[in-house]
Write a protein that binds this ligand. Sequence first.
Ligand SMILES: NC(=O)c1ccc[n+]([C@@H]2O[C@H](COP(=O)([O-])OP(=O)(O)OC[C@H]3O[C@@H](n4cnc5c(N)ncnc54)[C@H](OP(=O)(O)O)[C@@H]3O)[C@@H](O)[C@H]2O)c1
Length: 289
Amino acid sequence: MKILITGCNGQLGTAMRWLSAEHSGYEYIWTDIDNLDLTDREAVKSLVEKEKVDIIVNCAAFTNVDGAEQNETAARMVNSTAVENLALTGRRIIHISTDYVFSGEGFLPYKESDTPQPRTVYGRTKLEGEEKLHQLCPDAIIIRTAWLYSPVGKNFVKTMLNAAEVREELKVVYDQIGTPTYAVDLARVIYAFIGQAEWKSGIYHFTNEGVCSWYDFTVEILRQARLLTSANRFKAKVLPIRSEEYQYATPRPHYSVLDKKKIKQTLSIDIPYWTDSLNECLVKLLNER
Ligand SMILES: NC(=O)c1ccc[n+]([C@@H]2O[C@H](COP(=O)([O-])OP(=O)(O)OC[C@H]3O[C@@H](n4cnc5c(N)ncnc54)[C@H](OP(=O)(O)O)[C@@H]3O)[C@@H](O)[C@H]2O)c1
């Protein structure tokens, strides 16, 4: 079986690459924007046909939430048009979407059947990508995730570690609630879908287990980082603030918790608790710094 992984240099794409060593029974084609721009419909079609791809795992996206507000066209090209281009190939697709398709105004974990109501360009364009898949590729697997981080790329964990090394204090919001997701855990789930005897199409929600605020997340990042390194390296004090005290260019969801019952039942998996996965990431990240 031949698998095309797009966006392979991003957080999730890199995690897929790391885990491919444990899944040597497949053939892989690794692409990112430098060798396959997904907005180029002909290039996508031609590569998929030439290489006789069986499954596409789409890890590519326009993920900059504030950047999407400023450049809606570019965000739509990657989050929607590119997804359409992939869908038009007629291949099986595993696509990644986001908690931003919801309003973030709820107070119970979002289920797959809840009505999307995006409040940002990023969320709207990601929802459009989902809709393209529903129309053109109804057997696609769509996995919505949230608060993704990994040892590579730009993410909250790395931003907080860098800031804690040079600043005295970090003010972090405590009224936005969600669940961090380690990209390697998400990649494990993607491989689990590929390995199923039967193709399990549909929408699924996946994050790590547990719930926290960005403030709690930061406290735990620094607590673990101090245990793994010299105690005075990440010295900043963490102070809780409300969202209205932070100058966001784009509104952030107050509640991003996703209900994971469906994916747990479908794949018969236990999902790691977020602090355990954070530890796995920090061990890797801090050893490499
Ligand atoms: N990051 C999060 O917190 C988060 C939360 C919820 C859901 N998600 C979703 O999870 C998925 C993986 O996210 P991630 O954090 O791994 O993303 P990422 O690190 O930003 O990686 C995305 C990759 O896609 C590439 N790309 C951009 N435009 C492309 C194009 N036209 N053709 C081909 N490749 C292109 C990017 O290249 P450049 O870097 O050169 O642009 C990058 O290598 C995405 O679908 C995202 O929407 C992410």
